[in-house]
Design a protein. Structure first.
Length: 333
């Protein structure tokens, strides 16, 4: 006897609103086992502030939220080559799982992105989450050319603060502070390090342009705004020598329930001005980041690297990073 078709076809797709926050948090908590209230509050606030950069949709059965999908722009500009979005979160309420809810929402997101001229949607998922891996695979996602690396923040940083034996060229990491975060506080290392602020954007773009030969202003403008205004705790750093910014590291930590920090931070980008390579700038930035995160009781930091960026992979290996359980996925359309 054939199993009856329970696919939901009468639901209504529409943008999420502030009234959906509690339902989204409850669906996510049921799936993950813990609350990410801070994460969703920040993301929904950001969607209201910058609606053009976010796509937040839900599938509704009358007034009941059956599931939600959160995506955002991460690189490039709408309608231009290289424009790329990221699937941040997808959740389906337990009674509606296995009934086509996730596929309908994902199709809606892809349709919106196509209309905006975006051709790539990326995501990250723990490889052990077989239901989600299988769902994304059936939805047209494949392995990206980027590799996810991670390390414990409490593990000692063992590389020597001396000129590295490889070309220390840091580029964008594709795919993201201590208490009393004082922008003027200096590190105790020979290379002064302080917290990043909005005025540093021009210097960050300039350093990246020297390294890559590309103008990626849109990416860094969007990324800096996310880090400074949408993450739970400020953890991005600037290294200065001779009175000028010569290196940067962009990282973010989200809040969970009751202001607790997430157990894992994300490092989005690190860069060192080519004229100051070999002066321990990259190592000092990494040392300060790990110390800050450890003090915040953040257990791990994760990053994403292009698989053929040999210099950066060597640097991360020297800094104690190893392959993570998370895999990078992408879908082109």
């Amino acid at each position: 006897m054939m199993k009856p078709d329970t696919t939901i076809t009468a639901g209504q797709i529409k943008p999420l609103s502030a009234e959906d926050l509690e339902a989204v948090i409850a669906i996510d908590r049921d799936a993950s086992g813990y609350s990410r209230r801070g994460f969703f509050e920040k993301r929904l606030d950001a969607a209201v502030e910058q609606p053009g950069d976010f796509i937040y949709v839900g599938l509704y059965d009358g007034l009941s939220l059956m599931g939600y999908t959160l995506a955002k722009m991460v690189d490039g500009e709408y309608g231009k080559p290289g424009a790329r979005a990221s699937l941040d979160a997808l959740g389906v309420d337990r009674p509606y799982q296995g009934r086509g809810v996730g596929r309908q929402m994902l199709d809606a997101v892809v349709d919106i992105l196509k209309h905006k001229g975006v051709g790539v949607l990326t995501s990250q998922v723990d490889w052990s989450n077989q239901p989600l891996v299988g769902f994304l695979g059936r939805s047209g996602f494949g392995l990206s050319k980027h590799r996810l690396l991670s390390r414990k923040t409490s593990a000692p940083l063992t590389f020597q603060l001396s000129p590295p034996p490889f070309d220390e060229k840091f580029i964008e990491i594709d795919h993201s502070s201590p208490d009393g975060d004082d922008p003027d506080a200096l590190s105790k290392e020979d290379v002064p390090v302080r917290s990043m602020n909005e005025k540093d954007l021009t210097a960050i773009i300039s350093i990246d342009r020297k390294i890559t030969g590309q103008d990626r202003s849109a990416y860094f403008k969007r990324k800096q705004h996310e880090i400074l205004h949408q993450s739970g705790v400020r953890n991005s750093l600037i290294a200065e020598l001779d009175g000028y910014p010569v290196g940067f590291i962009m990282a973010r930590v989200d809040y969970g329930e009751y202001g607790r920090t997430s157990p894992e931070a994300v490092m989005d980008a690190i860069g060192v001005d080519p004229g100051y390579q070999g002066r321990d700038v990259g190592q000092v930035l990494m040392r300060n980041l790990l110390t800050n995160l450890s003090n915040l009781q953040v257990e791990k930091v994760r990053t994403e690297i292009d698989w053929n960026n040999v210099g950066l992979i060597a640097y991360m290996d020297a800094a104690g990073f190893t392959p993570a359980q998370t895999v990078g996925l992408f879908r082109r359309f």
